[in-house]
Design a protein around this ligand. Sequence first.
Ligand code: AMP
Ligand code: TRP
Length: 330
Amino acid sequence: MEQQKIVFSGMRPTARLQLGNLLGALDNWVKLQHNYRCFFCVVDLHALTTAYEDTSELQENTYQMVIDWLAAGLDPEKAVIFRQSDVKEHAELHLLLSMFTPLSWLERVPTYKDQIEQLREKNLATYGFLGYPLLMAADILLYRAQAVPVGEDQIPHVEITREIARRFNYLYGTKFFPEPEVLLNKVRLLPGIDGRKMSKSYGNTINMSEPPDSVRKKVSQMITDPGRIRKNDPGNPDVCTVFAFHNVFSPDDVAAVADVCRKGEIGCVQCKKMLADRLTAYLEPIYEKRLALEGRRDYIRDILREGAKRASAVAAETMEQVRAAMNLNL
Ligand code: AMP
Ligand code: TRP
């Protein structure tokens, strides 16, 4: 039998998940868990690269993130769900890879300078933050994953992982590490309510755990075609955030919505109401599942503990081979 493909991905426990995380990545994870050997990791060490000063929310965010994952449909019987800091091999492999990773490779990763610009209030001139992509490479290579389901903003990180794999294989004369590929979902980038990329740092998110009233309020604030002033003016769906959402959440009548908008036969208020109905219906089962999971901290802790055991078994095996390749065994 052909060996099952290995899939690895992770998210930082820094905030409640938003619809961009769900549509860009998590939705894909839920699909992949049925056919591949999947490892999904709460990357708390990555969260520390930017949130090292105040770590008080780390545990609560970890619980909440796993609750979001389960509410979206991840199944701990199918996928290995675990926390990065529970498997010490992530730190060990990161250290060993750091020995042969040129500084220039890390400095030229586009997210490095971008994030420093965006998070100016934090001091990110740290060793740990520069090493962010290398820690991510260690995550992926530790499981010898072939595929990494993420949103398009993560492509440069997977690219550097491929370069690190190649360098290891070349230096130590082996073919041990495969070069992983990115798996993009149909929605590569979901806009926020202001039309820019949905992201916590822009304050334009709708969270997976957002109550229905709040979803309605946020939809009513969405930016539409600025050229459309009166209700009967013809609109341009291509520049409208509400339409971008219809594209994702109303697949059956997106063509009709575009048509009546172009003809000026539907007003933005009505179009937003339609979207709010769709979105709240879409989120309702997730919301219900979340409520049921909220109080079950022991259950979440057990999932992570069990996941760490399964992940550790694979990680330990990889490290044996890595140490042997580098002559660290006796
Ligand atoms: P982050 O919250 O940046 O750690 O992202 C976690 C995952 O969600 C990554 O795979 C991102 O690529 C994906 N993601 C975050 N925001 C969006 C967005 N607005 N559209 C699509 N994917 C996203
Ligand atoms: N950098 C990723 C993000 O911000 C999170 C992450 C860490 C990750 N390690 C990973 C994603 C390994 C995929 C594979 O979303």
